[in-house]
Write a protein that binds this ligand. Structure first.
Ligand SMILES: Nc1ncnc2c1ncn2[C@@H]1O[C@H](COP(=O)(O)OP(=O)(O)OP(=O)(O)O)[C@@H](O)[C@H]1O
Length: 582
């Protein structure tokens, strides 16, 4: 019962797909018309061939020529119609699928962070590419084929009935049965071939493993054990292969006996009831058409099933609730941040890991334009505090407020657009340096970008590159050093002019020169705005207005550098001693 309901839901889902095709209904209607014309022309073909044969038997030259011309005309119509059918269907399908891809991607990118915690990027990517590709196949080919085969079957049957009802019934009793058996048989053989391939793959794993680990094989004198293992796997593959060969042989015998036998039976029967040669000829041709159409229908059914599955996957993404985002053009005065932040008894655990509290009743306050540093051992929860500040996740307890206004009262996009982060691992997109800096503010002019690069101490290395700002970075371009990447991220932040700046210090040590350049750039950037620094190297945060020491999700110490180093046995003092005595 539930399976049936599920199936119904899938189908109604698939019908929703037609919404994307709707804007192109005129193109599709024209395509359908071409499809009907080409199918009808195809259907008339055996009939005309039969007439040609009859005419030649009667030595009627005039009829021979006319029928020949009609046949050529039919072919011309059919080829032209099938040309336009393909062009029109592809056009409608491509446009509809592009809009489906856009809808899915637009939704996906607006989903909250926790959605991405449980999904793999590869899986999501394959939904947008291969699942949509499957639908492409369906819309451009499968559906058209489905209609064409149906028309062929129905139209073919009409022609057959007109020729001889008696023989039609005889044919229907045997041919479709044979075709369906052959197709089902063929499909199960394909499944079986998959098994053979799996077995072969498993035997080659033995070869790969043992050759890669040849040292261990020899060191443990395990050659004979491996030989036995390989023999077992290959023998098994051979057995399955032999079994598969038997099935395949049986299938070809079946096709010869069953399908050709059925055709012979039809011809025999036709001869018995005394059908004209031409009529018999077209009868057999129609029977072949119908037989192959029935065969393709089962294939089409399988492929439609796959498309329904793909649709289900795609719509599952659309079912996820998105974040309430909106394009930010200007910040409304009431949404403008002044830079005061307050955490009151904030607790948090990551979605799906509710039993593991990551933050426990954290309370602290930052006043506008202050710099505070978050310090603590790895895994203490520092990055998590930053994620909550950006409202990438919602707290599970307590409140966060900006300028005494609850975080939820700010439109999400407006809130995030007033903060900038310089992360530990700076992610650069595969474009130019210019584009990467402009990620901070899309409408920035080249002068502003250069100015930002100068403030970030990035300009001097950019200037020295042959292509300057137009140097391509990333995988297919130039690889930048850690310090250079950070300065690009700082330039992004400079361009954005955020009210609140979040710095996640790089843990990997930079050389002294880059370190100084990065630090100088950061110091300039931090002026006149609220800054939150996740500090790994404690030497850089002595000037912070406040240092918050976090351990296992709780605040354990809080104060200036001077206050904290004076706490006997304090965690901060301990961390400092460890770093400075190294
Ligand atoms: N996406 C996540 N899902 C589940 N648990 C997470 C996730 N991210 C972090 N955690 C857990 O939350 C805890 C705090 O992590 P967080 O990244 O905030 O620590 P951190 O203090 O920034 O550490 P580090 O200095 O190593 O960056 C860790 O125990 C971590 O395992």
């Amino acid at each position: 019962m539930t399976a049936i309901n599920h199936h119904k839901k899938d189908i109604s889902r698939s019908l929703q797909l037609f919404k994307y095709l709707q804007p192109y209904w005129a193109t599709i209607a024209a395509g359908l018309l071409c499809l009907v014309i080409s199918s009808l022309a195809g259907l008339a073909f055996p009939e005309m061939l039969g007439r040609l044969i009859d005419a030649s038997k009667q030595d009627n030259m005039r009829a021979i020529h006319i029928t020949g011309l009609v046949l050529i005309g039919l072919l011309t119509v059919q080829s032209a119609a099938s040309f336009f059918r393909t062009v029109l269907f592809v056009k409608a399908a491509e446009k509809a699928l592009a809009s489906l891809r856009q809808t899915i991607y637009n939704h996906l990118i607006q989903l909250p962070m926790h959605f991405f915690l449980t999904r793999r990027v590869g899986e999501l990517n394959s939904r947008i590419s291969s699942d949509v590709m499957l639908l492409q196949e369906t819309f451009t080919t499968t559906l058209a084929e489905f209609i064409r085969q149906l028309l062929t079957i129905v139209g073919g049957l009409v022609f057959l009935m007109l020729t001889s009802i008696n023989l039609t019934i005889f044919m229907l009793a045997i041919l479709p049965v044979m075709v369906i058996v052959a197709v089902v048989f063929g499909r199960s053989i394909r499944h079986f071939s998959q098994k053979v391939q799996d077995q072969v793959a498993s035997s080659s794993t033995v070869v790969e493993e043992t050759l890669q680990g040849i040292f261990s094989v020899k060191a443990f004198a395990n050659e004979f054990r491996e030989m036995k293992r390989y023999r077992e796997r290959t023998d098994e593959a051979a057995n399955i292969g032999i079994q598969n060969g038997k099935y395949r042989a049986a299938l070809s015998s079946f096709i010869i006996m069953g399908i050709f036998g059925a055709l012979v039976a039809v011809i025999w029967r036709g001869a018995v009831i005394g059908l004209d040669t031409g009529k018999l000829f077209s009868f057999v041709l129609y029977s072949v058409f119908i037989g192959s159409s029935i065969g393709s229908l089962t294939e089409i059914y399988a492929s439609l099933q796959k498309s329904i599955g793909a649709t289900e996957n795609l719509f599952a993404i659309l079912d996820e609730p998105a974040e309430p985002l909106s394009p930010v053009t200007a910040i409304a005065p009431e949404d403008a941040l002044h830079g005061n932040i307050r955490f009151s008894n904030v607790s948090f655990s990551y979605p799906g890991r509710e039993s593991l509290p990551v933050l426990r009743k954290i309370s602290f306050q930052v006043r506008a334009n202050q710099t505070i540093a978050l310090v603590g051992p790895s895994g203490a929860g520092k990055s998590t505090i930053v994620s909550l500040l950006l409202r990438l996740y919602d707290t599970t307890g307590g409140h966060i407020s900006f300028d005494n206004k609850d975080i939820h009262q700010f439109p999400l996009s407006a809130l995030r657009s007033q903060m900038a982060t310089v992360p530990q691992d700076v992610f650069l997109f595969g474009g130019t340096i210019l584009e990467n800096i402009a990620y901070g503010r899309e409408d920035a002019t080249e002068e502003e970008i250069i100015e930002a690069a100068q403030k970030a101490n990035a300009w001097e290395f950019i200037e020295r590159l042959p292509l300057g700002l137009n140097t391509i970075v990333g995988e297919r371009g130039m690889q930048l050093s850690g310090g250079q990447r950070q300065r690009i991220a700082i330039a992004r932040a400079v361009l954005k002019q955020p009210r609140i700046l979040i710095l996640d210090e790089a843990t990997s040590a930079l050389d002294a020169e880059s370190e100084k350049l990065v630090q100088d750039a950061l110091n300039k950037l931090m002026e006149g705005r609220t800054s939150i620094v996740i500090a790994h190297r404690l030497a850089t945060i002595r000037q912070a207005d406040k240092i918050i020491v976090i351990d296992k999700g709780s605040i354990v110490e809080e104060g200036t550098h001077h206050e904290l180093v004076n706490i006997d046995e304090g965690l901060y003092r301990n961390l400092c001693e460890m770093q400075f005595t190294q």
